[in-house]
Design a protein around this ligand. Sequence first.
Ligand SMILES: [Zn+2]
Length: 303
Amino acid sequence: MTQHPPTGRVPDLLSAALSAAERGWNVFPLRPGDKRPALHGETACPGTGDCADGHRKWEQRATTDPDRIRGAWTAGAFNVGLATGPSGLVVVDLDPVKAKDPKGTPDGVTSLQALCERAGQVVPATYRTRTASGGHHLYFTAPPGVRLGNSAGKLGKHIDTRAHGGYVVAAGSTLPNGTYDVVDPTEPVPLPEWLHASLTHRQPSRALTAAPAPVRASRYAAAALRAETATVAGAGEGVRNWTLVRAARALGRFIPSGDLARTEVEQALNSAGLAAGLRENECRAAVASALNWSIANNPGRPA
Ligand SMILES: [Zn+2]
């Protein structure tokens, strides 16, 4: 007897696919009891149907059309793949700790909590599913006018994101080790600007992330000032506010230690904010409050 993986029931999977499509999410079939696409790959393309004008992969074939969905899902117990890019979603994927991880490695939920705390934010409440392996998927609507791709570990340990070029397994799907369930059914909220900025932020060079020796602190602070102002000046419209706030918070810690003067930081950041297209009063207010926050949270080096 052939062994088949445990699968969900066809009516349940069809209804999961239809309810995802009702939310405007583009779905496509995944293999029964599996998370790989059920659609043929490019090398096996028959050149017919959807592929009559050339092969189309799952991202292009994913649909919200209920008739096409009914047609596909009555043919088998397919899990539901959700193409995040065409659905206008950014999904933050929080993975559990894996058996091979060193002891003490944080899981994705813990990493996101830490990321939020560092940013002075709360963990966003949005549509959320629990994955078969015990991870979590947080759904956000993608920022308008930008095309985000996938990321792996950029936001933190065991945090991936899926947007264009990516998909997630939707609620209602079944794998051998469990099911995908909705744990927060609310509509996805827009991707917070600070998270968007973290995704698009270029990693500072190692020289800037290493802890400075006190004697070189001023030179280090000057380099940080140059790097942060360059980042702010180059920030795009969707992320420039938060990029400015983050830069001010990062630089503010050099003020109590005496490595940078407040007026110097304010002038540099205000000019960079103006260069990025922010209004002068917006810059001044954002920089002042972020510096106050940073100074209050960084008491300075002991003498
Ligand atoms: Zn094809």
